[in-house]
Design a protein around this ligand. Sequence first.
Ligand code: PAF
Length: 285
Amino acid sequence: MSSKPLVVRTIKGLRQFVQAVRKNGQTVGLVPTMGALHHGHLSLITEISKHVDVPIVSIFVNPTQFGEGEDFEIYPRDEQSDLQKLVGTGTALVFAPHASEMYPAGDATTVSVSGISDRFEGAERPGHFDGVATIVSKLLLQCLPDAAIFGEKDFQQLAVIRQFVRDLAIPVSIVGGPIIREADGLAASSRNAYLSKRGRAVAGQLNVLLKALAADVRGGNDISRAEKTASDALIDAGFEAVDYVAVVDPATLVPLTALNGIARVLAVARIDGVRLLDNMAIEAP
Ligand code: PAF
């Protein structure tokens, strides 16, 4: 019977473990998480295990990526339940540092990525990507894995991470993990747990309507009209608000007015006050 993974809370313990793995001739993969693990996270472990010998999961609810009035205080934290979910996944180690290990007294460095961070989530949640880029830089430099994986559900986050890893020449390969969906298409997310029964019933429509938008655009319909149709349909379906629905270039996230090759539609709609993110590829026929 497999047991719960080993937990270390210090950078020193993490580095000692990684060194021992390397001495053994094996490669290391990092799966950064904020805990509240669900089947989307478990799929990231399966995926990274195709690239490396030894997966490590980090669990840290990073305060600097939450804005004022966001859910940092109430974000679900249950380490024992997370460790139980990791049994049998092949996770060798969990790095679960305290805040003082990641942000020691006197910490004064922020990683900020311009351009790709500015629109969409960056505009809706000022400072969010500075927090993400800073904590992910720290985790990558502390662990120095061969590869690290991030879910494509947070498509802009993945693009921001790819950008600073390239700019700072951090020697790690960044892997995108496919979006894991519930039966009705809702993308798996720790924040889905905040939804009421009614909200959860409405939530699946986000994916349904994005598929319709993708078909519309692939069929040659005008992109801005298709975005407006999808946005109106989300409100009709019962969402409280639509933060954005945008067809973008998948590499630069610059909004597109015409489909020439592969595009990505990004969307965020709110229900029960919860911001639900989704995205999907659109390929020109
Ligand atoms: O996607 C997340 O869970 C977080 O943004 C991450 C990458 C673990 C950084 O805190």
